[in-house]
Design a protein around this ligand. Structure first.
Ligand code: G4P
Length: 287
């Protein structure tokens, strides 16, 4: 579900997360592994008020694994703990409670030294819509928790979900908004399906996707759509449109006069991309 964020929504969403901070020890910040910056909230540091945090790069099954590794190193170099995960299959999620405990090691050690038996680590998942918060909560819980809806302002009684013996998770995630001011961020989010196409023009989204992905993942394009020549100048819009037209021809998107229906071709291309049919790709890299 896509939500329209207005300043009032943002303030409310922020307040809701901040109210929960006093209940928890650690924040699990979920980002999309294909675009870990664009899928982050621009004010996250301020919102979390210094609460220990780990970054979980979700949907890593769809991202370019070498780029994901670079991102993990990048976040590490910035002093963050980051792991890659695929909440759909459960790949990588075992690391989450372990890393959360590691983050709180000093506190836990102090408690042990005082003879206090440490209680399970209490965690809150936060992230923008569609990043996989509910999927991850269900995975960590090992069962299906009722969907809570993406509307900021939806409140309900909170429950703690046990994750093994070492972690407890709030059942309602914190919903954050992405950075809308930067148009490229909007396009990256639209390419991956995090924001709905109606907000941006489908041909523009496909153009943005082809411009970036044909440059870095040309063999995937070539194989999927049996294309001949790679563009020679990725900054030349005509060459990018020529790739889109070739894709359209391959998928039979022809209108009267033999012209390619670019809108239809764009829709098909984006659906195939999002479904992982063109292989794994990342939309941004840390270098
Ligand atoms: P949210 O709570 O943050 O809004 O996200 P949610 O869990 O609803 O997940 C959004 C979509 O992303 C879902 O797909 C979900 O299956 C998919 N997803 C979540 N985690 C992963 C992952 O690690 N890898 C992949 N490939 N997909 C993931 P959907 O199409 O909206 O629904 P459905 O097809 O699951 O019914």
């Amino acid at each position: 579900m896509t939500i329209q964020w207005f300043p009032g929504h943002m303030t409310r969403a922020r307040r809701q997360i901040q109210e929960k901070l006093s209940l928890i020890d650690v924040v699990i910040e979920l980002v999309d592994a294909r675009l870990p910056l664009s899928s982050r909230n621009p004010m996250i540091d301020e919102i979390l008020q210094g609460k220990p945090r780990m970054i979980v790069m979700n949907k890593a099954d769809l991202a370019d694994p070498s780029v994901t590794r670079e991102w993990i190193e990048h976040f590490k170099s910035e002093g963050h703990t980051a792991v890659a995960a695929d909440a759909s299959s459960g790949q990588g999620i075992k690391e989450i409670p372990l890393k959360a405990k590691e983050l709180l090691k000093e506190k836990i050690d102090r408690q042990i030294a005082k003879g206090i038996k440490p209680r399970p680590v209490r965690a809150l998942i936060v992230g923008i819509p569609n990043v996989g918060k509910s999927t991850l909560i269900n995975r960590l819980a090992g069962r299906s928790i009722a969907a809570t809806g993406d509307r900021p302002g939806v409140t309900k009684g909170q429950q703690w979900i046990k994750v093994g013996t070492d972690m407890e998770l709030l059942d309602t995630p914190g919903i954050l908004w992405p950075k809308f001011e930067d148009q490229n961020v909007g396009y990256r989010l639209a390419v991956t399906g995090a924001i709905k196409e109606e907000i941006l023009n489908v041909e523009d989204i496909a153009f943005f996707a082809v411009k970036y992905l044909a440059r870095y993942y040309w063999p995937n394009f070539q194989e999927r759509f049996e294309l001949q020549e790679a563009p020679t100048d990725y900054e030349n819009p005509d060459e990018i449109v020529a790739v889109m037209e070739a894709i359209g021809r391959k998928r039979g998107c022809i209108v009267s006069g033999g012209r390619v229906d670019l809108e239809k071709a764009s829709g098909i291309l984006l659906r195939e991309l999002r479904a992982g049919k063109m292989g794994r790709f990342s939309m941004e890299a840390p270098y």
